[in-house]
Each structure stands twice: as structure tokens, then as C-alpha cells.
Design a protein around this ligand. Sequence first.
Ligand SMILES: [Zn+2]
Ligand SMILES: [Zn+2]
Length: 368
Amino acid sequence: MAGIPDKIKTWQMVQPTTFNKETKEKTPGKLQKTEIPVPELKEGEVLVEVAGCGVCHTDLGYFYDGVPTVNKPPLTLGHEISGTVVAGDKAWIGKEVIIPAVMPCRKCLLCKTGRGNRCLDQKMPGNSLGIYGGFSSHIPVPSIDLCEIKDRHGIPLSHFAVIADAATTPFQATKRADLKPGDNVVVIGITGGVGQYVGQITKALGAKTVIGIARNQEKLDKALKFGADFVINSTGKDAGTVAKEYRAICKANGLPNTGWKIFEVTGTKAGQEMALAMLSFIGKLIVVGYGVSSVEYNISRLMAFDAEIIGTWGCLPEYYPIVLDMVLTGKISIEEFVETRPMSTIAKTFEENHKVPPMKRVVLTPDF
Ligand SMILES: [Zn+2]
Ligand SMILES: [Zn+2]
């Protein structure tokens, strides 16, 4: 623990990539290493020395795809953060923590009725927490929702960054799905940074069957070792073909073709069409992924099927200790799905991850 610094060293997004619709001209985004003052900590705030910050698809959306951040640039991106408390509330100093990606206001109606994960006044580092984000040496955050890691069991502190968002969003999704032991589950996009945790967590919570769907065979083979019982490679297949393969798996294995809980994690039109093609009697479709395209669906089918389509957003901070415990007790693995790189590779890492989805979640570790 290095104590309180004079300045916060950080990689700011000075400007995101911009696209002029008229001239078709693209101006590349800019990340810049800079220093910002350490703010005066208010009551209930702490300063966390960052151990690692995960590179999420959401960060790439802000930087490349015109998704606006709540606080305008310049700001620092990054919301999957683990680290050590170095200043502020004395009760927290020296503790190793995960910072929740979404921190509810705890005052509004949504917060008071158990829906704080979708609080409209929530704060998210690298988006709505002022200029502060995880791709930094330090970050000031409220202490109320921090998740303490009491014993890391030898796992590097930086790796726990992925619990913020990548591993907890799936847990919240299982709550929204009302997942019960014995349920049958489909995960569309099971090879993604979030999708693979949907596979692992649904299995760990007692799903009887997990069918994973994606396009990368190497990652699909890996998914079979981490949650999935069956996989379907959807490369070059339309929704109808994938749904047919899914029904064939059900038939061959004596599984019912009703009541499946389908998690759509890709946010793509193709993935959503597959999900809708598989949704059947008393089934549930849980929308975890985000995209901008629209799909067409006869919603009267929901009535005929007595089925549901449910959205899910982020994760309540109170679930973080449960997911942390699942990691520490070996029910789910983070180690197999994390790669660390120095934070100075941020521009290159963004570029690579934007071009090709990475084999493992990249966690950037400060090297200022
Ligand atoms: Zn994320
Ligand atoms: Zn609230």
C-alpha cells in the first residue's frame, strides 16, 4: 500500500471516435495519459488504489461506437475495478475491495423497492462518476457498496476486477429469470466475456441443462468444461436452423421442449432472432445483451405461450459478496478467463478487442 498520492495518474478519453454522417469522415478517438488532482474526500467516500480494471464491451461502445457517456469527455473510462482502500473512512483503510460497476442512490423509489440496480441516479465509474474511471492509479468512490475481499485464496487482486459487471451482471440476470435448481437454460453468446459467466453461474445455481450457442468453436469447446452440457455452433446458420438443432438436442436427450429460460447475451439481431425462435410454452427470454438493431416478432405468441420477455440491467451491490463467494469456493472460475496487461497498452488493447473479441477478459494493471 503506497499511501495517499499527490495526483491521480490516469488514461483519459479526451475524445471518443466521431463519425460525420454527411462527409462520412471518421475522426479517431483519443486516449491520453494525464494527471488529475486527488479530490477532497467527502463523508462516506474512500480513495481506492486500483489493482486492475477490466476492459468491457461497454468501454469500447463509448470509445468507438458513439454510445454517449453520462459525464462528457474528457473522462476516464473503466468500471470493472478491484483495488485497495488507501484513504477516507478509517474502517476501510487497507482493505482489498471490488468496486461495484453500478452504485445505486439508495434514496429513490426504485432503490427502496429492491430495484436499485436500475436506479436512475446510480453512479457508474467511467460513465457517471464525474471524470473518474478505473483506467487510473486511484479512484474516489462511495464506501457504502464496496465488496470486501477478506481472503483472496492466492488469486491476484487484479483478477477480481471481472467480478464487477462481467460476473455479477449474469447473477442479477438469474434473479430476474427466477432461476431454480433443475431449470433448463439456453445461453446465446456463451463464449463472450459476460456470456461465459451466464453459463457458469446458471450451472452453479443448479440448472439441469445448459445449452450454449456461439460461433467460435475453440471457445465453445471450453464452455463445455465450464457450465455448458451441449453447444451449438451457429456460424452461417439462420435462427430457424439453430432452433431446429436445439429441439433435436431436447428430443435426443429426453428434455422437455417447454419452460426453457433463454439468456440472450449478444445484443445482436441474429442472437435475438434465435432467442425468439426458441422461446416456447411457459418459457422466459432474459435480455442481457445490448444492441441497436430491431427485430420483428408477433408478441401475441407470448399470450399463446404464456411466456415472458424480461430485461435485466447491472447488478445490485448486495449480490457481489455472493458471486465473490462462488469464485472463492470454486463454484465458478475467473482465473481461466482473465488475462492481465499493463495499463500503458490501453490504446492497443482497445483496438485489438474492438476488432476481435478476446479469448480472455483483459484486465489492465496500472504501470504509470
Ligand atoms: Zn462492463
Ligand atoms: Zn436510487
